[in-house]
Design a protein around this ligand. Structure first.
Ligand SMILES: Nc1ncnc2c1ncn2[C@@H]1O[C@H](COP(=O)(O)OP(=O)(O)OP(=O)(O)O)[C@@H](O)[C@H]1O
Ligand SMILES: [Mg+2]
Length: 481
């Protein structure tokens, strides 16, 4: 079997065009991999932060140099057991991908390293050309047992096939290296991009109808605003895609010209702030964000959520409604996140603070609906409360009452859909809520028994939190019945 040669100069040039800022890494990889028939180093380790182009570049180079039966790519996130790893490698190297001819069935079944080795030996033309096995997210290999990786590194010796193992990881080699020792790899580092390279990468997606200079000045602003906290190419691309239409908006309604970049930036500032609030954490998807800031044209009062605003591409190019973005920001303030059970603890605390204790049995006893008490009984309680407090919503006005922790826990266990066991974690979550000042301890700090607390959150916030866990707090608050 002979292997065709590859024009490495051309390949280098096309890789440089496709992946600006990665010329040194591409050069290094091409030097190590060489021509398909060349013998390569047995072990390469490629590492760098997220979105630095590791996967894209390695896959591009391998696909350009080798045909698919000589290089296998394994994502260790998808192939999370040794069996999946073996079978995926064999499917790729043996070219037994599910196909129409084979009835979309794959016939490779391989459970152990011994079987894998014997399958490898039987591959067509196995002994003539080197093979390449790429493990992406390679840090996950460490979960497959201490001998898995060392065995793979000896695969060439065990199968008599020259094989190069390429690991791609976000973990540097010094932290990756197993304790029991392993051969040293050749390292290829993918450093984080600087401003110049980031701009070149982002400029690849410049819309065909926009002047490159104008687009670059926008990207430069985006980079300056966001790069302190976020240098991730994927995130920056996402932000650029969302904000560019807003940045251009004043051009279309005549409020600014292309040359007035600072003015355009000033007009778009609200959206930059809203995007920073909402999109760093990807609390909402880009489609949701666009729906929020979507502009309704005059006469358009249909709630047209079914059409995808991203697809249409024109949906946010109307007049800006700045209050929308501001409203988004205000909403964000209520949108901090807590663990799932902690949210229920906070809800239980709110209920304990705002409901009369003697109604707990009626509201929260298991098997009883909150509406199970008679209408007369409900009216009597309301009447009594009104005479005591001078008005129905009085408790909301008076503020929270203290409650014993045991009462709050009783409410907590009754409102949970799936029961959990009382554990140390619940106690530590209560302590965290106190630290966050969402619960305020009202009993003496030296008192360890009979601790009392107050809930320190507003109705608006608790309603928001309850909605996030699909709990209808209105049905359990005395003020609302
Ligand atoms: N130099 C570059 N030129 C063009 N696009 C790039 C460059 N670097 C990264 N990208 C793009 O960034 C995105 C993320 O790249 P990729 O998935 O290869 O990164 P990664 O280092 O493998 O990230 P992770 O560690 O999260 O897997 C891809 O869309 C890729 O095309
Ligand atoms: Mg990757």
């Amino acid at each position: 079997m002979t292997a065709s040669t590859v024009n490495l100069t051309l390949l280098r040039r096309s890789a440089a065009q496709r992946f600006p800022g990665r010329e040194p890494q591409v050069d290094q990889l091409l030097r190590y991999l060489g021509q398909p028939a060349d013998t390569s180093p047995p072990f390469l380790f490629i590492y760098g932060h997220e979105s630095t182009g590791k996967t894209s570049i390695v896959r591009f180079i391998l696909s350009e140099i080798f045909d698919s039966t000589h290089a296998a790519y394994i994502s260790c996130v998808e192939c999370y057991t040794p069996r999946l790893v073996f079978e995926h490698i064999l499917k790729q190297l043996g070219d037994s991908h599910p196909s129409f001819e084979t009835g979309f069935l794959s016939n490779v079944k391989c459970d152990s390293m011994q079987e894998f080795i014997s399958f490898m030996r039987r591959l067509d033309g196995a002994h003539q050309l080197p093979r390449y096995i790429v493990f992406d997210n390679a840090e996950k290999l460490r979960d497959m047992g201490p001998t898995f990786l060392p065995a793979f590194l000896r695969i060439a010796e065990l199968t008599d096939i020259p094989t190069t193992i390429i690991l791609i990881s976000c973990v540097p080699w010094d932290k990756f290296r197993p304790r029991n020792g392993i051969q040293e790899p050749l390292l290829v580092r993918f450093p984080i991009y600087g401003k110049e390279d980031t701009m070149k990468i982002l400029a690849l997606k410049c819309p065909s109808d926009e002047p490159l200079d104008f687009y670059l000045s926008f990207i430069s602003v985006v980079y300056d605003v966001f790069s302190r906290n976020c240098k991730d190419i994927n995130e920056l691309r996402h932000l650029v895609a969302l904000l560019f239409p807003k940045f251009c908006e004043p051009l279309f309604d005549g409020r600014a010209k292309r040359s007035e970049v600072p003015k355009l930036f000033r007009l778009c500032q609200t959206y930059f702030a809203a995007a920073a609030d909402k999109l760093y954490l990807r609390e909402i998807s880009s489609a949701e964000w666009l729906r929020h800031i979507r502009v309704r044209r005059p006469g358009d009062d249909s709630d047209d959520n079914s059409s995808d605003p991203e697809d249409s591409g024109t949906s946010i190019l109307g007049n800006p409604i700045e209050s929308d973005a501001l409203h988004l920001r205000i909403k964000t303030k209520l949108d901090f996140d807590l663990p799932y059970y902690t949210k229920f603890l906070l809800i239980a605390s709110f209920l304990a603070s705002y409901n009369p204790a003697r109604l707990d049995v009626r509201f929260f006893s298991k098997g009883k609906e909150s509406t199970s008490y008679s209408k007369r009984g409900k009216q009597a309680i309301q009447k009594q409360m009104m005479s005591n407090t001078g008005g129905k919503h009085r408790q909301q006005l008076l503020g929270p009452k203290s409650f014993p922790i045991e009462r709050m826990l009783a409410i907590f266990y009754s409102i949970l859909v799936d029961p959990i066991e009382n554990s140390i974690e619940i106690q530590s979550q209560i302590a965290s809520l106190v630290t966050l000042r969402l619960l305020v301890r009202t009993s003496n700090a030296s008192q360890l028994d009979g601790i009392k607390c107050k809930c320190n959150v507003s109705y608006e916030l608790i309603r928001h939190i309850s909605h996030s866990v699909q709990f209808e707090i209105e049905n359990y608050l005395f003020d609302f019945i």
